[in-house]
Design a protein around this ligand. Structure first.
Ligand code: CP
Ligand code: NVA
Length: 313
């Protein structure tokens, strides 16, 4: 029989994960350690969240996030998910928050506007987890840094390059890279740069850790010498009507064999998925042994188990 896990030092100062910033750097590192242990020793945690239930409030589609939260809570001994889907206009969000907190111990929300996450956290007394908003995708970044650590070891001095849209996934990666001491460069077309306030916040973190945060419009220079090259869809959920226009603008930023060559022969390829082959990445690149996209997907499970342990224990 596996030894019971020690719950000391698990809990987070913030009651929610509204964005990456709700985890201090120290908590982020602790979460990554816990995620590693959860992955190596899953049986230690099988009753850690007994009788805990989650509400899933998803305004947008999902494969990985929904499935990994469902499997995570069940493997931690909790109940299954109560899935309410898009909320529509039947009742105000503040009433929904004060209903579901009476029945479940946490809310996992995938929304259009970050404000919806903030409002949920304001009204609900149970933890609210951002499962993707227009500004952040913190759960994805947790799994990504778990994957980077497994493959490349210590974060300090690593070079992480992102080619494509300055979007939610890029924002969360940039914030966490800077805090962990990894250099972060984003190469994006003019007008598609990341949010200026999030760049400024990331640079403030980088000043403390010795990392750098670079925004460029040159894709080849952006990825040169990178240890890992990351990309994401050019049109995020909710931007589908811009997909044709974006396809032309973003084509020079496609992660193809030429771009990977500029990074170097050992560079990893990363993508949060779902991927559009032939657009932001070629089939050749995503199918090479340097592609870690399915490790990232697997680690969503382990990293979110660690997050649930820290928020709901
Ligand atoms: N990467 C990610 O969040 O995948 P889903 O949209 O399928 O949840
Ligand atoms: N940027 C993408 C990520 C999907 C996981 C989106 O928001 O649709």
């Amino acid at each position: 029989m596996a030894a019971a896990a020690n719950v000391e030092n698990w809990t987070m100062l913030s009651p929610d994960l509204k964005s990456d910033l709700d985890l201090s750097t120290e908590e982020l590192l602790r979460l990554l350690d816990l995620a590693g242990d959860v992955k190596r020793n899953p049986l230690r945690y099988t009753s850690a969240l007994r009788n805990r239930y989650l509400t899933l409030l998803f305004e947008k589609p999902s494969l990985r996030t929904r499935m990994t939260f469902e499997v995570a809570i069940q493997q931690l001994g909790g109940g299954s998910i109560l899935n309410i889907g898009p909320i529509g206009d039947r009742e105000p969000l503040k009433d929904i928050a004060r209903n579901v907190e009476r029945w479940t111990q946490g809310i996992v929300a995938r929304v259009y506007s970050q404000q919806t996450i903030e409002d949920l956290a304001k009204w609900a007394s149970v933890p609210v987890i951002n499962a993707l908003s227009d500004l952040y995708h913190p759960c994805q970044a947790l799994a990504d840094f778990q994957t980077i650590r497994e493959r490349l070891g210590d974060f300090r001095g690593l070079r992480l390059a992102f080619a494509g849209d300055g979007n939610n996934v890029a924002h969360s990666l940039m914030l966490d890279a800077a805090r962990l001491g990894a250099h972060f460069t984003i190469a994006c077309p003019k007008g598609y740069e990341p949010d200026a306030a999030i760049v400024a916040q990331s640079r403030a973190f980088a000043a403390e850790t010795g990392a750098t945060v670079t925004v460029t419009n040159d894709p080849i220079e952006g990825v040169r010498g990178a240890n890992a090259v990351y990309t994401d869809v050019w049109a995020s959920m909710g931007q589908e009507h811009e997909a044709d226009k974006r396809r032309e603008i973003f084509m020079p930023y496609q992660v193809n064999e030429t771009l990977m060559e500029a990074a170097g022969p050992d560079a990893l390829f990363m993508h949060c998925l779902p991927a559009k082959r032939g657009l932001e990445v070629t089939d050749g690149v995503i199918e090479t042994p340097h592609s870690v996209v399915f490790d990232q997907a697997e680690n969503r499970l382990h990293a979110q188990k660690a997050l649930l342990l820290m928020l709901l224990s």
